[in-house]
Design a protein around this ligand. Structure first.
Ligand code: GLU
Length: 492
C-alpha cells in the first residue's frame, strides 16, 4: 500500500493517494443475476459478510440487473435463497439497479456536462477493421474530437492520454495501470442503457461503500471505475479500499468454469452438503485462520477474519476436502438434528420405497449409525432403503461376489438356522454369528458378507447386527431364504 495515510486507490500521481473513506465499513455483494450463485461469488459474499461482522460494519446486497438480455428474475430468487441458506442475510438491500436508472442518467448528464464523455457511433466492425494489428487493443478514439451529438449514440469516457491509475489493493498491494493502455470505454449504450462499470461506481458512491471486496476477474475494470469515481466526485474524493480475491481453480489448475465444473451453490445444496460445512469450506478458499483451525464455527470465523490475511494465489476448489469437511460436520451433529437434516432426502420423490412403508422409529434407531457413514445427505436413503423396501434392491456386483463365494450357501443355511431361534438383539446376533463363523471355520467378516448382501442388497452399509435387529427376524429370514434359493445348488 502506498502512503502511511492508508490511501486505498487513486489516479496519478501514485504517491499521493486520495484519502481513504472513514467511519464504520460498508461493504457490498453485487451479483449479476445471470445464473445460479457461483461458489466463487458465494466466497466473495462470505468475505464481505465476515468483514462486516468482524468490523461492526454493514453488509449491503445489490442486484446488478441492468443487462436485461442476460438477467432473469428466477436467478435473483435463486441467489437470494442460496445466500440465505448460507446464513448471509444482508443488513441493507437488496437494492436493484433496474430501479435506479434515474441515478445513472443523472450521473451521465453530469459527466457529459463536465466534458468527460463523448458520443461515438462506430460499429464493432468498423473498430475491428481499424484497430486490427494495433499494439494497444481496444477503441482508437476515432470519435473523440468529432463533437458528435449525444442523442442515440453510445457515450465513451475520455481516458486521459497520460499518467497512470493505481489500484491500492489490500491483498495485492499497488497495481498500476497506464492510461495509454486503457481504451476510451463505453459508459452508456446507444439505447441509453448504462454499462456495468458506470452503474457499479454510481452505486458504490451512493451507497457509501468503503471497501470493495470482489473477485480478481474484476481487477482489469477497476481503473475505469476509479477514473469514473474521480470524474464524478472530484479528484480529492475519498475512495473505497479494494480487495480482489484470488481465483478459484480446479484440480488441473484451470479457472472454475460453469461448463466444466460444478460451480453452483445450489447443486451442493441439492447433493446434501450442509450450509455450515460449505460456508466453512468457502471461508478457507484464500484465507486461513491464524490459529490454524480448519473447522471453525461462524463466530470463530468472524472473530479471526482479516482481509490482510487473504492470499493472492489461486485457491484450489478441492472437492475431496469439501466432502471431508461435510462428513466432519455431519458426524458432529446431535442425532436429532441429523434426523431433521435428512428429512428432505426422505421425501417420497427421492426414495425407492413406497412412502407408506417408511417407519420413523426404525429410521431414528439407525440414524446414529448412518450419520457416521455418509459424506453427504443424499447418501442417506441408500443406507436405509433395505428397511423400507419389500425386498432389498440388489446391487448386482455385490451379488456377484456372493455367487463367487463357494461357502456362501453354507453361511446362509447356518444363518437361517441360527437366526430362527437366537435372541433378537444386535449383541446376541453378533455372538451367534461369531459362533456360527467359528463352526464354519470362517472369519467373522467373511461370514457377514453374504448375510449383508442377502439382507441389505449391498456389500457396504451400516453395521450388520444393528441392521438385522431393526429389520426384524421375519424379514431377515425371508431374505436369507430368497438369497439361498437364488444361489441354488446344495450345501457345500
Ligand atoms: N455484478 C458484478 C458481477 O457479478 C460484480 C460487481 C462487483 O462486485 O463489483 O460480476
Amino acid at each position: 500500500m502506498a502512503g502511511a495515510a492508508g490511501g486505498t486507490g487513486g489516479t496519478a500521481p501514485a504517491d499521493a493517494p486520495a484519502p481513504a473513506r472513514v467511519g464504520l465499513p460498508r461493504v457490498r455483494f453485487a451479483p449479476s443475476p445471470t445464473g445460479f450463485l457461483h461458489v466463487g461469488s458465494a466466497r466473495a459474499a462470505l468475505y464481505n459478510w465476515l468483514f462486516a461482522r468482524h468490523t461492526g460494519g454493514t453488509f449491503v446486497l445489490r442486484i446488478e440487473d441492468t443487462d436485461t438480455e442476460r438477467n432473469r428474475e428466477e436467478w435473483v430468487d435463486g441467489i437470494l435463497s442460496s445466500l440465505s441458506w448460507l446464513g448471509m442475510e444482508p443488513d441493507e438491500g437488496p437494492y436493484r439497479q433496474s430501479e435506479r436508472t434515474e441515478a445513472y442518467r443523472q450521473a451521465v448528464d453530469a459527466l457529459w456536462e463536465a466534458g468527460h464523455l463523448y458520443a461515438c457511433d462506430c460499429s464493432r466492425e468498423e473498430i475491428d477493421a481499424r484497430t486490427k494489428g494495433n499494439a494497444t487493443p481496444g477503441y482508437d478514439g476515432f470519435c473523440r474530437d468529432l463533437g458528435l451529438e449525444r442523442r442515440g449514440r453510445a457515450l465513451r469516457f475520455r481516458v486521459p492520454d497520460e499518467g497512470v491509475t493505481v489500484v491500492h489493493d489490500l491483498i495485492r498491494g499497488d497495481v498500476t495501470f497506464a492510461h495509454e493502455a486503457i481504451e476510451d470505454f463505453v459508459v452508456v449504450k446507444s439505447s441509453g442503457a448504462p454499462l456495468f462499470v458506470l452503474a457499479n461506481v454510481v452505486d458504490d458512491i451512493a451507497m457509501d461503500i468503503t471497501h470493495v471486496i470482489r473477485g480478481e476477474d474484476l481487477l482489469p475494470s477497476t481503473p475505469k471505475g476509479l477514473l469514473l469515481w474521480s470524474a464524478l466526485e472530484g479528484p480529492e474524493t475519498a475512495l473505497p479500499a479494494f480487495a480482489h480475491l484470488p481465483l478459484l481453480v480446479n484440480e488441473r489448475r484451470q479457472k472454475l468454469s460453469k461448463r466444466r465444473d460444478d460451480v453452483a451453490v445450489e447443486s451442493y445444496r441439492e447433493r446434501g452438503y450442509l450450509a455450515p460445512a460449505l460456508r466453512n469450506y468457502l471461508a478457507l478458499l484464500g484465507w486461513s485462520d491464524p490459529h490454524g483451525r480448519e473447522i471453525l464455527t461462524v463466530e470463530e470465523m468472524v472473530g479471526s477474519f482479516e482481509l490482510s490475511e487473504v492470499n493472492h494465489a489461486p485457491a484450489f476448489f478441492d472437492l475431496k476436502k469439501l466432502e471431508w469437511m461435510n462428513k466432519e460436520y455431519l458426524r458432529a451433529m446431535p442425532v436429532d438434528d441429523f434426523v431433521e437434516a435428512s428429512r428432505p432426502w426422505l421425501a417420497p420423490d427421492r426414495v425407492p420405497w413406497p412412502p407408506e412403508r417408511f417407519e420413523e422409529g426404525m429410521f431414528r434407531t439407525m440414524a446414529p449409525l448412518v450419520q457416521e457413514r455418509v459424506a453427504v445427505l443424499s447418501e442417506v436413503p441408500a443406507m436405509v432403503d433395505f428397511l423400507f423396501l419389500e425386498e432389498p434392491l440388489m446391487d448386482e456386483s455385490s451379488w456377484a461376489s456372493v455367487a463367487a463365494d463357494e461357502g456362501a450357501r453354507a453361511v446362509l443355511e447356518a444363518a437361517l438356522d441360527t437366526y430362527s431361534t437366537c435372541e433378537w438383539s444386535a449383541e446376541a446376533l453378533h455372538r451367534a454369528t461369531q459362533a456360527m463363523a467359528d463352526s464354519l471355520d470362517r472369519k467373522l467378516n467373511k461370514a457377514q458378507a453374504p448375510i449383508r448382501v442377502a439382507v441389505t442388497g449391498r456389500r457396504v452399509g451400516p453395521p450388520l447386527f444393528q441392521s438385522l435387529e431393526v429389520l426384524g427376524r421375519e424379514a431377515v429370514l425371508e431374505r436369507l431364504r430368497a438369497a439361498r434359493d437364488r444361489l441354488g445348488g446344495t450345501t457345500g
